[in-house]
Write a protein that binds this ligand. Structure first.
Ligand SMILES: [Zn+2]
Length: 289
């Protein structure tokens, strides 16, 4: 990868901003927790002087326009995470096109500047839904961060490879970071494994990624110790898996702050693409001419 990237240790931390309650039957009876949890991410980022990307569900932006405005005013990037969190295997090109236009509209109406990024719900961009890149290109998006490059319980694009790639449509795909673990490749910079692994394991994993960025994902619920217990969506009603959704939530923010404090820079994905990926392409082109 690029020489410029070799100097930096980049953590593409991000928040997938969504309200799980809207994805389960009768979810509204549970306590509203999204704004309080987002505030805690915002405080951490402000304390550390860092900006990041909030991949935001359109429905959530409509519910919390003031929160979206606050995120934008603090200099963070707002990007799409679909209108209602419907995974790509339940969409086609037409429905995705409409979905993204609505999602982008909702973000802009709530105060976002320019919306150029997308993350598929539950990383549902795989070989089978790679058509989504074409739709994104057609709508003027710059990048997607929607692939887990391994076989995964829900989704996953096993042969994608670990590095950022410019797809044929011109869209950059920024896959989530994975590492080898017990003969499998697992995403460690977010979700279950980030909650499971202590810092003694996470720190070397983060270091070992260089010069590639560490690409991670966090949700409001990942840090929530006050939310009631309920069955999460997309787990097929599996109680053991659901129990893991609540594992070590109290440790996540402290670990994040510790890792950021080890000299990692966090930056919005769109800035990463412009500064490190696009810049590299122009350098390569210049070298060839
Ligand atoms: Zn999501």
């Amino acid at each position: 990868m690029s020489t410029s990237l070799g100097q930096a240790r980049i953590f593409l931390f991000s928040v997938d901003l969504e309200d799980v309650r809207t994805m389960i039957p009768d979810g509204e009876r549970y306590v509203e927790r999204v704004p309080a949890n987002v505030e805690r991410y915002l405080e951490l980022l402000e304390r550390r002087g860092q900006r990041t990307t909030f991949f935001t569900v359109g429905d959530t932006a409509r519910r919390y326009p003031e929160l979206i405005r606050e995120i934008a005013d603090a200099g963070h990037e707002l990007a799409c995470h679909s209108s209602e969190h419907v995974p790509l295997d339940r969409q086609d090109a037409n429905s995705l096109r409409e979905d993204l236009l609505r999602n982008r509209d909702d973000l802009v109406r709530a105060g976002a500047d320019e919306v150029v990024g997308f993350r598929a719900p539950i990383f549902s961009l795989t070989e089978r839904s790679a058509w989504a890149h074409e739709v994104l290109a057609e709508l003027g998006f710059l990048y997607s961060s929607s692939v887990i490059p391994t076989r995964n319980l829900l989704h996953g694009w096993d042969g994608f490879g670990a590095h950022c790639r410019r797809m044929q449509s011109g869209i950059w795909e920024i896959p989530v970071s994975v590492t080898g673990f017990l003969g499998r490749r697992i995403p460690f910079a977010g979700g279950f494994y980030f909650r499971l692994f202590p810092l003694a394991i996470l720190r070397p994993l983060f270091r070992r990624q260089g010069p590639a960025p560490v690409v991670g994902y966090f949700h409001p619920y990942d840090i929530d110790v006050e939310q009631e217990r309920f069955m999460h969506p997309e787990l097929g009603g599996n109680r053991a898996l659901n129990a893991l959704m609540y594992l070590n939530r109290s440790r996540v923010l402290g670990r994040l702050e510790n890792l950021i404090g080890q000299g990692l820079s966090v930056l919005p994905y769109a800035e990463f693409v412009a500064k490190y990926l696009e810049d590299d392409v122009s350098q390569d082109a210049a070298a060839e001419s």
